[in-house]
Write a protein that binds this ligand. Structure first.
Ligand code: C2E
Ligand code: CA
Ligand code: CA
Length: 616
């Protein structure tokens, strides 16, 4: 039997109904008792009814589903059962007392009220088999015995009728009970997997937390998300996806201990609450043990419709203690930990900690403040010089800097991805373009003549519908045709993930202005020879990770010489970024790298410092 919130609420609501149905008809007995001079019995009985009703009133008042722990609820339920039994026993008592009053015909009234009480018991308590079965028996057995004891033929007929009536009562209560069980099963379970659903889970979690508050124990929450489930769903169809989820649920059932609760939150997200543990360390140990067990069990091969499928999962763990009273808070913590796993490459488990939530807070804070960044003029551009083999400045890369009054300096590594996610990058990117173009023009007019002026273009900005028009507008506004050929847009390999024809169209459209394109962070992403031949790019920037590893790794040396060789074949310019040592510079120069950028020469510097450096 599923004792969920609705079950308890249903029984709770019956308390006043039953009290009402007893206290008022009970007055009738007092009246009759007075009429036929049998009042003492009736009054004693009625006092008992009032006492039991008072008990019911207390039970009614002491119930608060959301605040009660599991044990408190069990206790409450047990007491409620006794209360109901007491009520029906009292009705049977009055029946026995008046059944013999044949002279005053009070026995007729006793019989009718007894039948009425049975009907009431079977309808009011139909939500709980454990309650209505004894109640019907308590009420009907004395009646059957009474009829059988009459000794006349009509008594036997009545006995048979009473038996049939008892059976009818059982039958109707049982069928409404079964119906109720079915609907409450559906309301609390996930139809696809048969696991508990979100609705039930939240109630269960709240209950667990109430228990922990009483006992000062600990428990855990595991949030499990399947990795790349969407890909399977999209490529093989929802039918296969559904079967996979069912198979996953079967594995859960096998592994998760009985005293834990597994629920499907929706999609490919599952959640588990643990049992209660006395110490935090034991709780943590158990949570990690179960997580690792699940990780490896879920990773085993699935054979569905002759497809061999592999799927890993990401698990976020949060530990539940009595100090926090909001169930959603723990789910949020597990969620943060789970996203941390996703961000770190999936297929793993993380325990939530404070730093994680601080990171998330910081992320949100950056996101909030990013909206006002242009309005408040907080973005500036720094310029990192680029050098040729003779260590002469021939170009620069513009790099965004953000100084916020509250947060201080925020690295582009932190805010550019957030600007991308939120779409602010479009507006921000346009501002960077404008500001860069203005500087290029200004420098040109002041005698600073560069061969190239690189600006980073993020993927979302690149694909935005207004990008081409905006570049054209700004270029015509601030640059001459000659200066346009100095501009280089740096894009990353991630753009290749999109429709390649679209990428080529956009690049060509902008190249018609004279602006060139550079492949940034080359070698870290989707690098493939085939797109190098397809994309109309002019330059490659070797990622600083390779340059950095030059001295230690022969593999990276080979990689760089290969890239340089390739660049030569495709007639591409090569920029080495992140050059920090003379040895790196020498190696690259020896292998015909043409442009160098890095701390060996200069970090990114302000606009004014750049002019000074150039002039000296
Ligand atoms: P990136 O395009 O690869 O930029 C080069 C980064 O390497 C810069 O970091 C630069 O300061 C750093 N760097 C330069 N020389 C050295 C060196 O010798 N050693 C080391 N270890 N690092 C060096 P920064 O300025 O923090 O920029 C980080 C990233 O943020 C950039 O990587 C770029 O992806 C993004 N970004 C910066 N400015 C913009 C912008 O205006 N627009 C867009 N879309 N992205 C930007
Ligand atoms: Ca760059
Ligand atoms: Ca780069």
């Amino acid at each position: 039997m599923i004792k969920d919130k609705r079950f308890y609420q249903f029984l709770h609501k019956q308390i006043p109904v039953l009290t009402f149905l007893s206290v008022f008809p009970g007055l009738g007995y007092i009246f009759l008792g007075w009429l036929y001079d049998v009042h003492l019995r009736a009054i004693i009985w009625y006092i008992m009814i009032l006492l039991v009703s008072f008990w019911g009133f207390r039970l009614y008042r002491n119930f608060d589903f959301d605040e009660m722990s599991r044990i408190a609820k069990q206790r409450w339920y047990a007491e409620l059962s006794y209360y109901y039994y007491a009520f029906f026993i009292l009705w049977t008592v009055i029946f026995i007392l008046y059944a013999g009053e044949t002279e005053s015909n009070l026995h007729y009234i006793a019989i009718f009220t007894q039948i009425g009480a049975s009907v009431v018991a079977s309808t009011l308590l139909s939500s709980d088999k454990k309650l209505f079965t004894p109640a019907i028996l308590i009420l009907m057995i004395p009646l059957v015995i009474y009829f059988a004891n009459i000794g006349e033929w009509y008594g036997y007929v009545l006995t048979i009728f009473a038996c049939i009536f008892t059976w009818v009562l059982f039958y109707s209560s049982t069928s409404s009970f079964n119906l109720l069980m079915k609907t409450s099963f559906q309301a609390s379970h996930d139809l696809l997997t048969g696991l508990h659903n979100r609705y039930f889970f939240i109630g269960h979690l709240q209950e667990t937390m109430n228990s922990l508050k009483e006992s000062n124990h600990y428990s855990y929450l595991l949030l499990i998300d399947l990795d790349y489930f969407k890909t399977i769903n999209d490529s093989l169809g929802h039918d296969i996806g559904d079967q996979l989820l069912q198979e996953v649920s079967t594995r859960f059932r096998k592994i998760v201990p009985r005293n834990n609760l597994v629920a499907r939150l929706g999609g490919d997200e599952f959640i588990i609450t643990g049992a209660n543990y006395e110490t935090l360390s034991e709780c943590q140990k158990k949570a990690m043990e179960l997580s690792n067990q699940l990780l490896s069990a879920l990773k085993e091969i699935y054979v569905i419709d002759r497809h061999n499928l592999y799927i890993s999962s990401s698990i976020g763990v949060s530990l539940i203690d009595a100090s926090i009273s909001d169930a959603n808070n723990f789910i949020k913590e597990a969620d943060i930990a789970m996203y941390e796993v996703k961000a770190k490459g999936r297929d793993g488990v993380y325990l939530f900690n404070k730093e994680m939530s601080e990171r998330v807070e910081m992320h949100l804070e950056i996101e909030r403040r990013l909206h006002f960044v242009l309005e408040k003029n907080e973005i500036t551009l720094n310029y990192q010089p680029q050098y040729d083999k003779n260590k002469k400045i021939i170009g620069t890369e513009a790099l965004a800097r953000w100084r916020n009054e509250k947060l201080g300096d925020i690295s582009p590594v932190d805010f550019i991805p957030i600007a991308e996610q939120t779409g602010i990058i479009v507006e921000l990117g346009n501002y960077i373009l404008k500001s860069g173009f203005q500087t290029l023009r200004e420098w040109h007019e002041n005698g600073i003549h560069l061969k190239q002026f690189s600006i980073n273009i993020s993927m979302r900005q690149f694909f935005h519908s207004t990008f081409i028009a905006e570049v054209k507008r700004l270029a015509r506004l601030y640059l001459t045709e000659e200066l346009m050929t100095v501009v280089v847009f740096e894009v990353t390999e991630s753009i290749i993930a999109e429709d390649i024809d679209k990428v080529i169209t956009i690049i060509n459209e902008i190249k018609s202005l004279g602006i060139r394109f550079s492949m940034d962070d080359f070698g870290t992403g989707y690098s493939s020879l085939s797109y190098l031949t397809q994309l109309p790019i002019d330059e490659i920037k070797i990622d600083r990770a390779f340059v950095n590893a030059l001295e230690h790794s022969e593999g990276d040396q080979a990689m760089i010489t290969t890239i340089l060789h390739m660049a030569d074949i495709f007639k591409l310019n090569i920029v080495a970024e992140g050059v920090e040592t003379d040895a790196q510079f020498d190696f690259l120069a020896r292998h015909d790298c043409s442009i160098f950028q890095g701390y060996l020469f200069s970090p990114p510097i302000t606009k004014d410092k750049f002019s000074q450096l150039y002039s000296s």
